[in-house]
Design a protein around this ligand. Structure first.
Ligand code: ADP
Ligand code: ADP
Length: 225
């Protein structure tokens, strides 16, 4: 698994340049994208998950150009968007069961196994019969990551997942991601909180006003700043 982001530019409308000449190489493990509000993190993530097209540049996924293999790449990706909300009146397990059917798991029994595994993995088994919109903020976020990893995607894109969480829930969330990163997956985590990255990521980049200002390990970054 390898992602190579090459000379990526994104212009919104006629002239708002949200990303400028972004080049990044991402290998399995957890990759942190650090940047303040408005830096362009969500824009880059939406391009990675094929919701947006870049203005110029290309992303290669395992050597395949993303622009020509959208469908295939999309099927390898799990995504937790920023500010993910649950609108449906579904119980926690029903929500994941539905996510599993969207992910293409057609057998009821397989879905049940998958959902039970996920509920355990994110610590929501005890509340599986509670309505998803009645869960606490931290639980909702954990349900969000569970729906992103249904069916074991090869790439998991997580946009600002810890905003508004208390310290205990933030650590819980980080631990779920750390466990995931032990497998052969690429996790890309965007955040404006340096602690989210330094405690979990092997590689990182700093994005500022659409430009990459640093690439390397969190240790190198902390020594510099
Ligand atoms: P971040 O996720 O780092 O906060 P975003 O990628 O959301 O940054 O936004 C980067 C910049 O692009 C911001 O200035 C934002 O206002 C602008 N932007 C985001 N989406 C759009 C859009 N659809 N149209 C115009 N400008 C946008
Ligand atoms: P019934 O057959 O009576 O509709 P189910 O077997 O669908 O009942 O559900 C009974 C209980 O089993 C649910 O309340 C839930 O706790 C659990 N359950 C059902 N389906 C799943 C699933 N896909 N994943 C995890 N737990 C499930």
């Amino acid at each position: 698994m390898n992602i190579s982001i090459q000379n990526l530019n994104k212009v919104y409308g006629n002239n708002y340049q949200a990303l400028t000449d972004v080049n990044l190489n991402i290998e399995p493990g957890m990759f942190g994208l650090l940047g303040p509000n408005g830096a362009g993190k969500s824009t880059l993530m939406k391009i990675l998950v094929t919701l947006l097209s870049p203005s110029t540049g290309e992303i290669m996924v395992n050597g395949m150009p993303l622009s020509k293999n959208r469908k295939e790449v999309r099927s390898m990706i799990g995504y937790l968007p920023q500010d993910f909300r649950f609108f449906a009146k579904l119980k926690t397990y029903e929500f994941l069961d539905y996510a599993a059917s969207l992910a293409g798991i057609t057998s009821r029994k397989e879905r049940r196994n998958e959902v039970e595994k996920l509920l355990e993995q994110v610590g929501l088994y005890e509340v599986r019969n509670r309505y998803a919109n009645k869960l606490s903020g931290g639980m909702k976020r954990r349900l969000g990551i569970a729906q992103a990893i249904v069916g074991d995607p090869k790439m998991v894109i997580v946009d600002e997942p810890t905003t508004g969480l208390d310290p205990e829930e933030r650590i819980r969330f980080r631990n779920i991601l750390t466990d995931l990163s032990q497998r052969d997956v690429i996790i890309i985590l965007s955040t404006h909180i340096v602690g989210d990255i330094s405690s979990t990521c092997t590689q990182m980049a700093l994005l500022n006003e659409g430009k990459i200002g640093f690439k390397g390990s969190p240790n190198q970054f902390l020594e510099m700043s």
